[in-house]
Design a protein. Structure first.
Length: 500
């Protein structure tokens, strides 16, 4: 090598390497502040590759070490090991088998990720053996070929899992996050590697299924291509209940259950006639399979309360003789006498004579709702005044961003549904049961008659409405939007009428 070349290499080592080290250090700090995974790659380049490369160049160019010198071979080996570690850190940053944290990252299945790392390691080790230590790799391959049959027999299960893993990746019957069922096992795919697939079950247990087993099983994927899942639930009611009424009630319950899709809409089909009951199939569609159990629980629970409200009857096992069975304890009810006694305890009714209350109780009705059921939807016309006999409700409204705002919480003895006495008005809020709820409903006509006959009662109602109007004052916006928003955000819906 000429003196000019030596001078050039010398200047490069003296100037370029320190500048590169400073630039890499600055880049590492900036990337670390941003939590960028490439910081590890630049840090390994600065700490591992640059120093060993500088030592290697000095030994080759300035000290005159030959390729066969042991010292140079050791330094070359260290350099290529450093390069291998740095390449692996680059693969770790660019490829990911987990959800991406940066847009530029590339998602690959776990098996491909491990294969990419293995290829880098094998290539660099082969280069070190062949180029640095001058090992004849052909002889090594021959030696390995002699024992390949024994190794293959010993590792046939492992190789079967490996091959099955590759086939699963290429066929892609599922991906991370999918819910699948294999045999009796059902769970979410949380990892796919060269040997097995890991599922997380509903019981939060992790099940490891070898790829070889998966290759011979039928795989049900609940979320591939179409995330919408249909669930069929069988319900039975007595023959005395009209099927069309049952279908309407079940359909309404499904539509008001959170998580059930309206498109596709629920379907209610008459399935069969038994000795004492008629069976119905309810098909509900859900988008998040992980919520299936909760949605099914909410739907089936609400059916109980809806069946009592609409007097659908109680479905019982066919082996029971209905004419000999006392089911009165299954259908709790309140007599007009009990309703009247409860109304007399409310200060709101102190001004009304007992005979009038008894008459009012005879025309009033009661209904039951379960936790989470919507008693009065926003925008619906209200047919009567609701008085809470047992349980609690929340008065809420959704804003423009569809965020729920709870503006009142009501309990025993409190009243809601005042828009019933205001012709043409709909409820500006929704009322939802926050506990098992029993309400007494006074019809619009009965409420208006009390207002006409009892001035004090009318004054109480008027004061109640005025308090509501005051709550609606001061909302900004256009007049129409103001009225809408004030009705939503200022509705107090209740004075407290707690029984003594």
């Amino acid at each position: 090598m000429t003196k000019e070349s030596l001078w050039m290499w010398g200047l490069t080592l003296i100037i370029a390497f320190p500048l590169a080290n400073i630039g890499l250090a600055e880049g590492v700090q900036r990337l670390q502040r941003r939590r960028n995974p490439l910081s590890r790659f630049l840090d390994n380049t600065r700490k591992l590759v640059l120093p060993t490369l500088a030592v290697l160049l000095v030994m080759r160019l300035f000290l005159g070490f030959e390729n066969t010198d042991l010292s140079l071979q050791i330094v070359q080996t260290v350099y290529w090991v450093a390069a291998m570690v740095t390449c692996l850190s680059l693969i770790n940053a660019v490829l990911t088998a987990k959800p991406k944290t940066n847009q530029w990252q590339i998602y690959v299945p776990g098996l491909f990720y491990q294969v990419a790392r293995m290829v880098v390691i094998l290539v660099i080790i082969a280069y070190i053996l062949a180029a640095v230590w001058e090992v004849d790799l052909s002889k090594v391959a021959e030696a390995l070929g002699i024992g390949s049959l024994v190794i293959a027999l010993a590792l046939q299960d492992t190789l079967s899992n490996l091959v099955s893993g590759f086939l699963l990746l290429f066929e892609s019957p599922f991906k991370l996050g999918d819910w699948i069922r294999v045999g009796e096992l059902e769970g979410e795919v949380i990892e796919l590697n060269w040997r097995a697939v890991r599922l997380k079950t509903r019981e939060r247990d992790v099940v490891i299924i070898p790829n070889g087993v998966l290759g011979g099983e039928t795989i049900y994927n609940y979320t591939l291509l179409d995330p919408v899942h249909v669930e069929t639930i069988e319900i039975s009611f007595p023959h005395s209940t009209p099927p069309n009424l049952v279908k309407r009630v079940l359909n309404d319950v499904a539509l008001t259950t959170k998580g059930v899709l309206t498109n596709p809409a629920p379907e209610v089909l008459t399935k069969s006639y038994g000795e004492y009951t008629i069976s119905y199939d309810v098909r509900i569609y859900i988008r998040k399979f992980t919520d299936l159990y909760q949605i099914r629980n909410d739907f089936v629970t609400r059916i109980y309360y809806a069946a009592k409200r609409y007097k659908l009857g109680i479905a019982l096992p066919v082996a029971i003789e209905f004419d000999k069975l006392d089911v009165s304890h299954l259908q709790k009810s309140y007599s007009s006498k009990e309703i009247a006694e409860f109304l007399r305890t409310l200060p709101y009714f102190f001004s009304i004579n007992p005979e009038e209350i008894d008459k009012l109780a005879q025309t009033s009705t009661w209904e039951e709702y379960g936790l989470g059921e919507e008693v009065i939807p926003e925008g619906q016309k209200v047919d009567g005044l609701y008085i809470i006999r047992e349980g609690r409700v929340k008065v809420a409204v959704n804003d423009i961003q569809d965020r729920e705002h709870v503006i009142a919480k009501l309990s025993k003895g409190e009243i809601f549904g005042d828009t019933a006495i205001m012709p043409g008005e709909t409820s500006p809020v929704s009322v939802v049961a926050t506990d098992d709820l029993t309400v007494i409903i006074i019809s619009r006509d009965s409420a208006m008659q009390l207002i006409d006959r009892y001035p004090k009662f009318a004054l109480e109602i008027n004061q109640f409405i005025e308090e509501r109007k005051k709550a609606l004052v001061g909302v900004k916006g256009t007049e129409d939007e103001s009225n809408k928003n004030t009705a939503r955000n200022g509705y107090l819906s209740s004075r407290r009428f707690i029984g003594s």
